[in-house]
Design a protein around this ligand. Structure first.
Ligand code: ZN
Length: 269
């Protein structure tokens, strides 16, 4: 059991709550863990000002052409922060101050899936819209702390060495989940939760087609591994605000790095 629990935490996307998903994980781990080290990156610094309730955490960035300065995407308190293997959170132990659990159906581990206040509202709207279309979603994971990632990553370093650990676990301070702007979603069956086959489920297809309407992007898409540093994760949604999400969808830009004109981040420096 203990091993299984730890294993789940491997992927960046696995829920912070280890115990609750041991069973479901076993079936999906072989796929999810190795191929998706995702969960990823991140990190910025303490939000200087708490996000205003009901609105995006920070002013939405001007849609962003490649001319935008990289420094504009360093602040973890902003919804245009970009966290990847070359852009850790600043500070590394950043944690949002306005976390709450969205009022949506929860999957295994979902009881710990807190996100920032404005993101929680967007999650609730997205889930309600999916349900209205006859598609049931579950929430699996949200914010994960620096300390959680320290424990997980260290475990894998001890087991597989640093290189081996990097293949299955995000380094502490490099997970997008630490921003409180990312969620992992699943469906009630759980058969493809946190696995590549989620892309082919009704829930996965619905999210791919509609997430942008609620300010989310599917952060790690096929064919973008050399840009984002992660294998595709149809279940990992990142909140960027409706303006950016809609613009990316409309222009078929599939990586946040590309959209903001930031360097590709295939691996740690
Ligand atoms: Zn994730």
């Amino acid at each position: 059991m203990a091993a299984a629990c730890v294993l789940l935490l491997l992927t960046a996307c696995t829920p912070a709550e280890p115990g609750s998903r041991a069973t479901g994980a076993a079936s999906t781990t072989s796929q999810a863990a190795p191929t998706t080290a995702a969960g990823t990156a991140g990190g910025p610094q303490e939000p200087s000002a708490p996000a205003t309730t009901g609105t995006p955490p920070a002013a939405e960035p001007a849609p962003g052409p490649a001319t935008e300065q990289a420094s504009a995407h360093d602040d973890p308190a902003r919804i245009d922060v970009v966290v990847n293997k070359t852009r850790p959170l600043k500070p590394l132990d950043y944690a949002p101050s306005d976390l709450r659990l969205p009022n949506v159906p929860l999957g295994p581990g979902g009881d710990a899936a807190q996100v920032r206040e404005s993101v929680a509202g967007a999650v609730e709207q997205l889930f309600a819209a999916a349900a209205a279309d006859g598609v049931q979603l579950t929430l699996l994971s949200g914010f994960r702390s620096y300390q959680t990632q320290v424990s997980t990553y260290q475990y894998w370093v001890e087991v597989n060495g640093r290189a081996g650990a990097d293949r299955v676990s995000a380094r502490p301070g490099y997970s997008e989940h630490q921003t409180g702007l990312a969620v992992d979603i699943g469906d009630p069956s759980g058969a493809c939760n946190l696995s590549a086959c989620f892309a082919d489920t009704a829930a996965g297809r619905w999210a791919a087609e509609n997430a942008h309407r609620f300010g989310f992007i599917v952060r790690y898409q096929p064919g973008q591994e050399e840009v984002t540093g992660y294998a595709p994760e149809a279940w990992h949604l990142r909140y960027v605000g409706r303006k950016v999400a809609a613009d990316m969808a409309g222009r078929d830009i599939r990586a946040l790095e590309t959209y903001f004109g930031l360097p590709e981040a295939p691996d740690y420096r």
